[in-house]
Design a protein around this ligand. Structure first.
Ligand code: HEM
Length: 222
């Protein structure tokens, strides 16, 4: 289906996605302040962790979706979705620092180093920071397109780390169903990129191989 929104429609789409993406946060706040949660700390820690992972998958899905649908405008949603990954990850981390350690940074460090699933989650969060900081147009210009692209490939490390963090956490409870589902989703989203890159490299090689032949034919004719 061919769909190319005009700037006004794109504005509406962006606004709708912005509002929808904020809903899980609003729900968490409402349920907490109205005292409707039995285990608020667990609910918020897990909810923010889940939404970090969902937005990570949604953000990684933008490029494959754009290529398959030829809806190039989808790329214009990627920055906002990526910033929502960081937003929920920052909330997730803040919840941990606040509720688990009451902002005692030394205690937090001990925990980060002691529990491997926290170490991995923390590493994923640290790698998200430069991506969020360099998400503005001014930073893209300052870094230059190529360097910015390289830096933003860190997301290909963040996603497997997020899965490992989730896997390790659930391993303690011998409950692997969700980590397997998300592991497969992330593997497919990263795998298609590898396949496309290989195909592109092969096409370029074939093109450069055929060039001299074409030139030869051209000179023979001349
Ligand atoms: C990209 C970064 C991260 C992702 C994608 C992520 C994702 C998740 C997910 C999906 C869960 C499980 C939620 C559930 O049970 O449904 C979780 C739990 C948790 N995460 Fe993270 N996380 C990240 C970073 C962090 C960081 C930086 C910390 C702390 C330093 C952290 C600490 C925790 C803790 C304490 C739990 C709850 C464990 C429990 O309830 O037993 N995570 N995370």
């Amino acid at each position: 289906m061919d769909f190319h929104p005009n700037p006004r429609q794109l504005g509406w789409i962006k606004g709708a996605i912005f509002a929808l993406a904020l809903l899980p946060f609003v729900r968490m706040v409402v349920l907490t302040v109205t005292g409707q949660l039995v285990e608020p700390l667990e609910f918020i820690t897990r909810g923010t962790g889940d939404w970090t992972l969902y937005f990570l998958c949604i953000t990684l899905a933008v490029t494959p979706l754009r290529k398959l649908s030829k809806w190039n405008w989808l790329i214009k949603l990627r920055r906002m979705l990526g910033l929502y990954v960081f937003f929920y990850a920052a909330l997730h981390f803040t919840t941990f620092l606040w509720f688990d350690h009451f902002f005692d940074v030394q205690e937090m460090w001990k925990d980060v180093l002691k529990r491997p699933f926290i170490t991995v989650g923390f590493a994923a969060f640290v790698l998200l920071v430069p991506l969020a900081v360099t998400s503005t147009n001014a930073m893209v210009r300052r870094l230059g397109g190529k360097r910015w692209q390289w830096l933003h490939r860190l997301v290909y490390i963040v996603a497997p780390l997020g899965i490992l963090h989730f896997w390790w956490m659930k391993a303690g409870k011998h409950n692997f169903t969700q980590p397997i589902i998300f592991g497969v989703i992330v593997a497919v989203l990263l795998g298609v990129r590898l396949l496309w890159r290989q195909r592109q490299a092969r096409a370029q090689q074939a093109c450069s191989c055929s060039m001299p032949a074409a030139q030869r034919t051209g000179s023979a004719r001349g």
